[in-house]
Design a protein around this ligand. Structure first.
Ligand code: AMP
Length: 279
C-alpha cells in the first residue's frame, strides 16, 4: 500500500499505471471503521486498484467546534487500510488542496441542497461539492463509492457529476451498522458510555417508523417520531423527514411508483448523529 500526501506524487503514480487500469475511489475523512472498509472492499471487487483519500475537509464543516473535535486517528486508519485491499492512500493537508484559499465554490444542485442537512448545515454541501470535485480531478476514478448513511450527499454528488459532465460512476453502498443497530460513524467514538448505550434507540425508532408508514401517512409518522424523542433524556431531535429518494422533497401523498426514505438527525450532547432507512 502506497501513501501519498502530495497531489503531484499521487498523480505521477496513477499516470504510471498500465493503460486500461480501472480505479475505484473511496473519499473519507478518516477515523475509519468497518463502514468505510465495506466501501473499500466493494471498490476492490469492481476495479483493478483502489484509492482511498483521508482528508478532514474544513469547508464542509458549518460548525468550527465540530471540525476541531473531529476524530483524527491516521496511524490506526493506515493499519486498517493495510489489512484490506487498499492500494493507494491519499492524505493531503488543507494547504495542498486549497493553497491559501480555504473556501468553497458555490453549486446549484437543483434544490437538493436546501433539504434536510442543507437546512441545518449552512454551506455544507458547497464544501462537499468542492472537495469531491477536486478529488475526482486529482484521482480521475472510474467509479467512486459513497455510503447511504449520507444519502443526501450521494444524491448531491450524482447531481454534480451529471451537471458538470464528470466521467465517474457513483456507487451507493448500504449502511453498515453496529450489532445493536447504531449506524457506524466516526462520531460514535465521541459518545459517552451512557449515550452509546442509548444510541440504538435511533435505528429502533426508524424501524418502527417504517412499519407505521405501511398504514399511516407521512405526516402522522413524522409526528409519531417527534413524539418519541420529546423529553428524551439523552437525545434531542433536530429533524425527522420522510422524503422522496430522488427529489429529497418531503412526501405529501404516497405514490406507489416512488421510493421513499425516512431521515433523521439527533444530538447526543454536542455530538450530531444522522441515520436513514428505506421505506
Ligand atoms: P466520512 O469519513 O464520514 O466522510 O465517510 C466517508 C464515506 O464513508 C462516505 O461515503 C460515508 O457515507 C461512508 N460511510 C460512513 N459511515 C458509513 C456506514 N456506517 N456505512 C456505510 N458507509 C458509511
Amino acid at each position: 500500500m502506497l501513501v501519498f500526501a502530495k497531489i503531484k506524487s499521487v498523480q505521477e503514480k496513477l499516470k504510471s499505471l498500465k493503460n486500461g487500469t480501472t480505479i475505484g475511489f473511496v473519499p473519507t475523512m478518516g477515523a475509519l471503521h468497518e463502514g468505510h472498509l465495506s466501501l473499500v472492499e466493494k471498490a476492490k471487487k469492481e476495479n483493478d486498484i483502489v484509492v482511498v483519500s483521508i482528508f478532514v475537509n474544513p469547508t464542509q464543516f458549518d460548525n468550527a467546534e465540530d471540525l476541531i473535535n473531529y476524530p483524527k486517528t491516521i496511524d490506526k486508519d493506515l493499519s486498517l487500510l493495510k489489512s484490506t485491499y487498499c492500494d493507494i492512500v491519499f492524505t493531503p493537508t488543507p494547504e495542498e488542496i486549497y493553497a491559501n484559499d480555504i473556501q468553497s465554490q458555490s453549486f446549484d444542485f437543483d434544490g437538493l441542497e436546501f433539504q434536510m442537512e442543507g437546512k441545518f448545515r449552512a454551506g455544507h454541501f458547497n464544501g462537499v461539492g468542492t472537495i469531491v470535485e477536486r478529488l475526482f480531478e486529482i484521482v480521475k476514478p472510474h467509479k467512486a463509492y459513497f455510503g447511504e448513511k449520507d444519502f443526501q450527499q450521494i444524491q448531491i454528488i450524482r447531481k454534480m457529476t451529471e451537471k458538470r459532465n464528470l466521467h465517474v460512476k457513483i456507487i451507493a453502498c448500504p449502511i453498515h451498522r453496529e450489532m445493536d443497530g447504531l449506524a457506524m460513524s466516526s462520531r460514535n467514538m465521541r459518545l459517552t458510555k451512557e449515550q452509546r448505550t442509548a444510541a440504538p434507540f435511533i435505528y429502533e425508532t426508524l424501524k418502527k417508523a417504517k412499519d407505521k408508514f405501511g398504514t399511516k401517512n407521512a405526516s402522522e409518522v413524522v409526528k409519531w417520531v417527534e413524539n418519541e424523542f420529546k423529553n428524551h433524556p439523552i437525545f434531542r431531535l433536530e429533524y425527522v423527514e420522510i422524503a422522496d429518494e430522488d427529489t429529497l422533497l418531503p412526501v405529501e401523498t404516497k405514490n406507489p411508483a416512488k421510493k421513499y426514505r425516512a431521515f433523521i438527525a439527533v444530538f447526543a450532547g454536542n455530538v450530531r448523529l444522522i441515520d436513514n432507512i428505506s421505506l
